[in-house]
Each structure stands twice: as structure tokens, then as C-alpha cells.
Design a protein around this ligand. Sequence first.
Ligand code: NA7
Length: 542
Amino acid sequence: MTTPSDEASDIDVDVVVLGAGFTGVYLLKRLRELGFTVRAFEAGSDVGGTWYWNRYPGARCDSEISVYNFSERFNPELAQTWKWSERFPSQPEMYSYLRHAVDSTGLRDLITFDTRVTSAVFDEHRDLWTVTTDSGEALRSRYFVPAVGPLSKPNIPSFDGQDQFTGEIYHTARMPADFDMAGRRLAVIGSGATAVQIVPIAASSAQHVYQLQRTASHCLPGRNHRLDADDYAEIAENRGAIWTRARENPVGQPYAESLGELATFDSERQREIMEMFWNIGGLTLCFASFSDLLTNADANRVVLDFLGEKIRGIVRDPDTAEKLTPKTFFLTKRPPIEHGYYEAFNRDNVSLIDIRENPIDSLVPNGIKLLNGDVLDVDVVLLATGFDALTGGLTDIDIRGVGGESLADHFRERYDSYLGISVSGYPNMFIAYSGPQSPAVLSNGPTLIEEHGEWIVNALTWLRERQIARVDVRLAAQEKFTQHNAEVVAATLIPQTDSWWTGANIEGKKRGFPTFTEGVPAYLDVLRKASDGYQDYDLTPS
Ligand code: NA7
């Protein structure tokens, strides 16, 4: 629904959304419902975002499925009728769900696929964005909403001699759909959540799997299982309460509150608690157990020792077990959820290569040469090397704000933003779930995605009602918000560990943990206050 001034400025649509993953799809639905004209651009050939791109063998959701989907806010019928098959569904199921979500709500026509947005430039005289695509289309919109996802730009390292390698090499987020590992010799570089999902699956069909590990992960058992009639009944009966609990939970999961500081329990009880959550599986040991794991090194070490003991109990070769035992603080990087990862190292066709001890020298025609001269004969190299997180998907686009300032330059120098949604000097732009300073990386995705979606559509509605042509967050508010986040983060153990959370995985990237770490409920409170009259924004009427 365009306003009179929009007509005068000749916009093509009210809103351009970038990306058709969970976030983009949620926004399209809600914006259309509220009468905004909207177009989305998606680089992939279909919807799904993460669940479109990550089709590596073993790809699976590792957040609780009761809240890893759209709530009834998106579409009550979808929430009530879709039946998930497992606690942690696999990529094909996640992908089907998102396709169904789009098709059953008639959103597909709003999305232009196979199209990358190359630039978005704010016209400060007419208060609109011109969004240009790699197909040469230029669209003018009042609002620009990047929803590109925090993990959309693959980190693709290159190795000496790579062009000599005669086998296949893929980043795990860019694999062909029909990739077949049967009988092949595989190297998996990296040992984060992706590699941890691939290795056990690969082990069951590949001739040999080399896992090249630089840093051991804190893997937790997933305890995935099929959902039965009782599970469905429980979810159906409690759907509203489950979502409420997730919104009231620090990490957006449907978990009860953590039990308290570790030291308030004697060592026997500590042990029982850790065993209990180890058996429940998923992320419960991180987020439902002790409240001080990120602030108390001693408490953290107790859980770390417990993990080491568990690994030694599973992995038969003591040297391999020792290498797989994480040395960095628990929860200072994203713990992978595993299904048979540690057990895989008991097989003859799986080898762990510690590339911190013996780094990759180069690729050679028949495989990977290590610094000590050993050559791993492989047909396929999988780069499970992660992503240029939080900012990579945004800085790849030439986004220009007031005075032609570049958002890529901004994020190269600092991670300042307001709420993770607005950046001063980039009026009428609302970043959804993708940028720095929100709790995105510490929250169940859809919990936060829906909150960002609601906040943004409410803001646009409020602005439309008041015929505001330009909305730009004040620099002082942005600095205060960013500074506060930095102070909170500094009191945690997170900055002590190199990870994609801190930007340490990308050479030359500025370090930091640009994340709101006080938890989802506190963040939602901040969002509520921020939308009360939008007092931290400069508002320019039409
Ligand atoms: P991650 O968690 O960033 O893991 C990437 C892994 O790749 C990690 O073990 C890295 O080692 C390793 N890595 C990165 N670059 C290199 C190079 N150049 N050489 C060797 N090893 C390298 O990404 P994932 O895809 O596994 O998971 C991403 C998220 O998706 C996950 O957290 C969930 O939220 C879902 P490092 O630890 O840096 O030493």
C-alpha cells in the first residue's frame, strides 16, 4: 500500500526483501498481509536459505523441532497440519517444509529466484532505495530489508596446488544434490557442526574418511528419534505454551530455566545433572543445566572434564580420544550435535588427522599432502570450513547509505548496529536476523526470526500511518547499544576462544563477538522499548 508521497517518488514496491529462507519467507507473508507491496530476491533456485544451500550428506536440524519452524503467527493451519518425522529433521524435510510453507500461502510469486542483489543505494533526496540485481533489474523501494542469514557466505580457503588436484572439491554449502560418497575416499576439512554431521554418514558408505581437524569441538549427543503419536499429541496440546516458553528462554529454546550456578550443587549432584542432560541430548547440557558456564571458568572446566571423560569412554584409541577432546572453554563456540560422530573413529575406515600438529602443505594430484610429507589419497575434498558469519552476506552486496557511505566499509571497521536491525546512516533499511548485535547466534533461529519479523512489520506500519518518509537511527543510540553489548560480552569467557562467533575464522576479519548476550527475554524487552515511539530514530515526515 503506497502512500501519496510514495506515488510522487515513483517507487516500484514498498519493500524489497533479500533472501527467501525462514526470515525472508516470514517477512513476505506478514508484509503482504499488512498491505505492503513487496518483492524478494533469492540467489538460490528455490526457497529454503540455509536449508536450500546445505545439502551435504547428514545435514540435519540441531535445534528442537517443536520451535524450529513457524509458529501459528505465520499460519495456524500450517502449524497444525505439518507433521515432522523426527526430533531433529534432516535437510530434505526442512527444505520440503519451507517449500510447502511458501506454496500453501501463495508467496512464491513474490520471489525472484536465481538472482543476486549486487547493490542497494539510498537516494537521500527521494528517501528510497534503488536495488540492483545481477540480471540487470533495478527496483526502487521505500524500504530495504536484507534477510540474508547470518551464515550465508561460505568460508572457502584455498590451498597451494589446488588446481593440480584431479578429484572433486566442494564447500559443504555448495554441494551437488546428487553427490554420492559410496566407495569413495573422502577428506573432510574442518570439525565444526557440519563436519560432525558428515563424518558418521560418510563412514557408513565411503571407502575411507579422513577427518582433518584443527580444533576439537564440544560435541553433544543429539538423541534424535522419530516422533510418535504421543509426541504429536504433546506438541499439539501445548503448542502455544511451548512457543511462550521459547520466547521466555534465554536462547529461544523450549527449555525450562537453568538449575542455578554449578557450585551450588555438590559434586555428586553436578555429575547427576550432567548425566541427565547428556542423556536428554540436544543443546540441553549447554542451556538448561548450570547458569554460570559462560562466566565462571571453574564451572566451565567441570563440564569440560565431563566431556573429555565421555569421549574417552567412546573412542577406543587413546591418542585419537585425546585429540578429539576439546581444550577451549565449553560453549565459547557453538557445540555441534552429534549422532555417531565419536563412534565413527572406532571404525577402520575413519582416520583423524590433527592439522594443527601436522598442517596441510598443499593439494597434489591424488590428494592432500601434509607438512610431514604424508599424502592422503582421496577422490573428494569437502570443505566443512564454515562461513564468514554475521556480516559476510551483507558485505558482499554494495550497500550505500547517506553520502554514499559503504556498509561493507562500516562492518570492516566496526560491528556497530542498533538492535542488530538498524545502522545509522542507512535510513529505511531494516536488517532481519542477519547482522551483528542481535542475539541471533545464541538463539534458536525461528524464535528470533519471528520477533525480528514482527518488530520490522510493526515499525513499517507505524511509519506508514504517520506518513514518515525517512527513518534513521541516531548514532548516539547505536553507540550506546553496541557499547553495552561489548561490556556484557567482555565479562564472559567467549572472547577467549577463536571461532566464527568472534570472526577469528576469517583471515583479516575484525575480531569481536558482536552479539547481544543477555538472552532473548532481555532482548525482547529492549525491542519493546525501542518501538515505543521509535524515540531513538530521526523521523522525517513526507
Ligand atoms: P564452523 O563451526 O565454523 O566450523 C568450521 C571448521 O572448519 C572448524 O573446525 C574450523 O577450524 C575449520 N576451518 C576453517 N578454516 C579452515 C582452514 N583454512 N583450514 C582448516 N580448517 C579450517 O562451521 P560449520 O559449517 O561446521 O558450522 C556452522 C554452523 O552451522 C554451526 O555452528 C551451526 O550453527 C550450524 P577452527 O575451529 O577454526 O580451528
